[in-house]
Design a protein around this ligand. Structure first.
Ligand code: 5MM
Length: 337
């Protein structure tokens, strides 16, 4: 087993998953605005420190993805944030892309940037305590998109990023996110997501990325939010498994889904169905942002000093996700707190 494979398994095994707390300041400000909390450095730290010191960190959170601001912050007790995360046996991750920008040549689409100077930034992040990283490529579905240009430029960037991250001794999370926006069908999502994932692995192999030291962070296969299609959690699980079984090389140790705008319960129920049916060798778990934090944020916004109450809400969500990552969740457990 290589060192990178060990790190990937440490993050994903035993029902653990990832807390995606890597919102850029702009996104965090949107989240705070929605609950009327001022988005300043102290409040962002307070909310995140509250989550990272919750008791569920030990059992449910194998890794936390941070944003640049957070990895450099210190907690109220003087520890660094990576020290706080490590103290519960969890690993520190860092978002290293610099965001999705307009793609020259297909101006309605985006390409994720951040390769310039990445080798040097990775050294810095490793020294700050990071052991895994994240880069997110974004794709939209319409009748003409994603274009081949967007698929190949984003896949190429993801692969160059991943090679640099492994060179720096860290595990790259490969996140090609197909957005839920639009009125496309679940079949269309299956078809387009499959093409994108295949292209990513073609580029990763070309760049000599060792797949057993990577984690895939994909979307689930869903109809667009404006589609009239009705689909059950079971069908979502089957389509998602079909996509991953057919397009992800078997040397990849694990898959950690993004929630992408699903509600907390939807994201949990779908993950549970995926695990009940998981007939692959991949670990199937979560790397949720909104689906782990939404209720906790709402509660916290009522009284930012109510640390215990906020942690209780977060602990419940994390526990539900851990059960779903083992196919042991049921809706009736949601009310037993
Ligand atoms: C946590 O949010 C990340 C987005 O950050 P920016 O838009 O500010 O760059 C995002 O990449 C996230 O890690 C994934 O999309 C998963 O989050 P969700 O909420 O989709 O589970």
């Amino acid at each position: 087993m290589t060192e990178l494979n060990k790190i990937a398994l440490q993050i994903l095994s035993n029902g653990k998953g990832i807390l995606a707390a890597d919102e850029s300041t702009a996104t965090m400000t949107k989240r705070f605005d929605s609950v009327n909390v001022s988005s300043n450095e102290n409040n962002r730290l307070l909310f995140r420190e509250t989550l990272f010191s919750s008791s569920s960190m030990k059992k449910s959170i194998g890794g936390v993805i941070l944003y640049d601001e957070t990895i450099r912050q210190k907690t109220s007790t003087g520890k660094t944030i990576p020290e706080l995360i490590n103290s519960s046996g969890s690993l520190t991750g860092i978002k290293v892309d610099t965001g999705a920008k307009i793609l020259a040549g297909s101006k309605e689409e985006k390409v994720t940037e951040g390769l310039d100077g990445l080798r040097e930034r990775l050294k810095d992040y490793y020294n700050l305590g990071a052991r895994f990283t994240k880069w997110r490529g974004v794709f939209s579905i319409t009748n003409k998109y994603p274009s081949n240009l967007s698929i190949s430029t984003n896949a190429h960037a993801l692969a160059r990023y991943a090679a640099l991250v492994q060179e720096a001794g860290m595990v790259p999370i490969i996140e090609p996110e197909v957005l839920m926006d639009g009125d496309h069908s679940s079949r269309d999502c299956l078809h387009k997501t499959s093409i994108i994932i295949r292209k990513c692995y073609e580029e990763l192999e070309l760049n000599n990325v060792s797949l057993e030291g990577t984690i895939l962070k994909p979307n689930m296969i869903l109809p667009g939010v404006n589609s009239l299609e009705k689909i059950s959690n079971e069908e979502i699980a089957e389509l998602t498994l079909e996509c991953l079984r057919n397009n992800v090389p078997s040397s990849v140790p694990g898959i950690a889904f993004l929630s992408g705008g699903q509600t907390e319960i939807e994201a949990t129920a779908n993950l549970n169905e995926i695990n009940i049916r998981n007939n692959t060798d991949f670990i199937m778990t979560y790397s949720y942002g909104r689906a782990l934090q939404q209720s906790a944020l709402k509660f916290w916004s009522q009284d930012v000093n109510n640390i215990n109450g906020t942690q209780e809400i977060f602990d419940h969500r994390a526990k539900m996700c851990t059960l779903a990552a083992q196919g042991k969740w049921s809706e009736s457990l949601e009310n037993k707190k």
